[in-house]
Design a protein around this ligand. Sequence first.
Ligand SMILES: [Zn+2]
Ligand SMILES: [Zn+2]
Length: 318
Amino acid sequence: MPTPDSSDSCAHAFADHHIHGLAGVDFATSSTAEVRSALALLKSRRTTEVTASIPTVQRGHVQAMLDRLAPVFDDGLLTGVHFEGPFIAPEFAGAHPHQAILSPTEPAGQAFLGTLLAQHRAKPLVTMMTVAPELEGFATLVELLVSHGIDPALGHTNATYEQMRDGIEVVYQLTGRPVTITHLYNAMRGFHHREPGPLLAVFEAVEHKTVKVELIADGYHVHPSVISWWFEKYPESIRLVSDASAATLPSGCKPLSVALPMLGMAPLQYPKTAGPMLADGCTMASGARDLLAVHDALVAGGLDHETVCAAMRARHTA
Ligand SMILES: [Zn+2]
Ligand SMILES: [Zn+2]
């Protein structure tokens, strides 16, 4: 069997807009120097444009996290910061800590937002926040985010079909740009013919080009046939993301830190058989491959490499 060829004639640079870290480094908690080393590793693996994803964390950690990332952003090595939470559905938290999940209308939620936006006004690092559209106060929250230049993405959600449909419409009307769906299929209801859930709303929106769909094509999060189906039907609506974490270790790479791999506050396990897990060993915690490994696996699986690259291409390079 041929080995995946990462040194093929295709030399496109990749953009990863949902990635928590790599090779022992967690963008939320590692030092600035460690973050720089992870970004250098990513660059050597053709991911030149990175949005650092912060999982759901407690308010007390927000300022220090943004302070650690600010110098890297100032040097042009980070495109921005993505907050995945805390305004998400507890029923679909995935690896995010339940105790840190908030409602936008409760005082603790308001306080979190106050801290985040005060930091953001001082230094506008934050580019995206994943929110669940069914939450009370959703419309006010997304209006506030957009007024600060932060794109609301929809995901980690218990939304019904109607709630997702309306949520997409609200955000699209505010931004005029396709709305990012955070890792479609993962951390949301599945499809049922009597309760079609968020998936039907996303499929309809794809037809109207009002969504951009994140897919984690690491071989574990979404069945390869589903990935192929998307590439066949709606390649222009896909944004491939790694959702990698400190416990994601590209083959042949050693951890860049001796510390336990973390996802924000949550300790992780390096993969044994499947992808990275929470330290409890039973919750899938992040993507198993960086974008170069995703690219190589998809191309080895028969997808056209130009089409694959178009779904992860960096803006600033050819
Ligand atoms: Zn997630
Ligand atoms: Zn994530």
